[in-house]
Design a protein around this ligand. Structure first.
Ligand SMILES: [Zn+2]
Length: 444
């Protein structure tokens, strides 16, 4: 087999990997590079492929044109835009490929496709439940398992592709959370079984390979939220909480706190609407009956006028945790919506700042604006959805791969994972391989 690093091996984002198996080929993930398009969610009508190419936001699959016709499936591990977001723009290159993912991932993809009626994508979409499998039919047949794992969005799967030469296990993104707030625990049993069947190659995320820690459970984030929301003086204040729109478990914890406070809970913003609607459609958003979910400007403005009159009776959950221009929180902070912050109102960031210069600058500016208004700010009420070094060590020891290919990061991050693999006895160039975007590896 040959493994091609198309995107996500020289940066964090636009993840895309192609596995060539004789006359067939299979793709893992097809995502966007988000930093240049932070305003993406706020632009109606969507983008064109050439616009996104011009800002380097798409995986560069143009240099692999000779393989396009071989591709029989695009397998997607979860619903984050850096894994699924490029499919509307480049999926049509792969005319014979079905797009396969768990139901939540496919539902989110449908919503992305609906946003952009001009795109050429006509491929078949296939939903596969977590902990079940799908057969890709090419010149040969290949079983793909979607093994349930925990992350920061619903129905995330590790994908195990069974080939004549052994299993390729694709592990972007995951953490080991034994007390998830929503969804099932990692399927350790199946991971141990495939280790026995023989994992030829493990493609594994490197994002926090240099963090000497075990990433805490989502249960801990729930505790942090309870501390901030239930034990501070907030009786007369409006409470605004912002988090990742795709993080349905986190949203559940926020709603649970809002209910304990006896507040009416209103979700505002387009990307929240997208992800929560997709979850609700699949009966995966148990809190849907407890909230109002609004995205259109007129509805949103009407609701905010109402909240203004009885601010202490509401909890607003909205977009804007990175300070994104055009997000609800940013518009609130700049008085562009019919609601004015008052001193001692609360803004809770249930998120971390994604460390790129645009986000850092946007968040700083947003916090400055809020502080000018006397708002109380609570930052980092959050735990990550990505594994740290000690989880990565457990994963490698559990699945015992023949070869390791670090992914999901720039060279510095990939190198940190390579160092960990070296500790575990792997040798660079022999059974440990550092690929950059545009390179490939032949495994005999
Ligand atoms: Zn992710």
């Amino acid at each position: 087999m040959k493994i091609y690093a198309i995107g996500g091996y020289s940066e964090v984002g636009k993840n895309m990997t192609l596995v060539e198996l004789g006359e067939d080929a299979i793709i893992f993930d097809c995502g966007l590079y988000l930093p240049p398009i932070v305003e993406l969610e706020n632009k109606r009508g969507g983008y064109e492929e050439y616009e996104l190419r011009a800002i380097d936001a798409l995986p560069n699959d143009l240099s692999f044109k000779k393989l396009w016709n071989k591709v029989k499936a695009i397998l997607v591990g979860h619903a984050h835009l850096d894994h699924v977001g490029a499919i509307p723009y480049v999926g049509y290159h792969y005319k014979e490929a079905s797009v396969v993912g768990t139901p939540f991932t496919i539902e989110v993809l449908k919503s992305l496709l609906k946003d952009n009626p001009n795109i050429k994508f006509k491929n078949r979409l296939v939903s596969v439940m977590p902990n079940s499998s799908y057969i890709v039919k090419g010149k040969k047949e290949y079983k793909v398992e979607f093994i349930n794992i925990t992350h920061s969005t619903l129905q995330t799967a590790l994908m195990a592709l069974h080939t004549d030469e052994g299993i390729v296990l694709y592990a972007n993104d995951f953490k080991f959370d034994n007390t998830p707030v929503l969804g099932k625990k990692p399927n350790y049993k199946r991971l141990k079984e495939i280790a026995k069947e023989g994992v030829k190659a493990l493609i594994i995320e490197s994002l926090y390979a240099d963090r000497e820690a075990k990433t805490p459970s989502e249960k801990i984030a729930r505790g942090l939220l309870e501390d901030v929301l239930l034990t501070t003086i907030n009786e007369n204040s409006c409470i605004v909480v912002t988090t990742f729109s795709s993080h349905i478990a986190r949203l559940k914890s926020i709603v649970d706190c809002g209910k304990l406070l006896g507040r009416k809970i209103v979700f505002l913003g387009r990307s929240l609407h997208r992800y929560v609607s997709a979850a609700a459609k699949l009966q995966l958003a148990p809190f849907i009956k407890d909230i109002k979910l609004l995205s259109f400007r007129k509805q949103l403005e009407k609701q905010l006028r109402k909240i203004s009159k009885k601010r202490e009776r509401y909890m607003i959950v909205c977009t804007g945790h990175q300070g994104e221009p055009g997000s609800v929180l940013e518009r609130l902070a700049y008085n562009r919506l019919p609601f004015k912050f008052k001193p001692k109102d609360h803004v809770v960031f249930s998120s971390s700042v994604i460390p790129n210069p645009a986000n850092i600058a946007n968040r700083k500016q947003l916090e400055k604006k809020l502080k000018e208004k006397g708002v109380r700010i609570f930052t980092d009420v959050h735990v990550s959805g990505h594994c740290s070094r000690e989880d990565l060590r457990d994963m490698i020891e559990m699945v015992k791969p023949e070869h390791i290919i670090p992914a999901h990061g720039d060279l510095q991050k990939l190198t940190a994972l390579a160092e960990l693999a070296s500790e575990l006895g792997y040798k660079l160039g022999k059974n440990l391989h550092l690929l950059q975007d545009g390179q490939f590896l032949s495994l005999g």
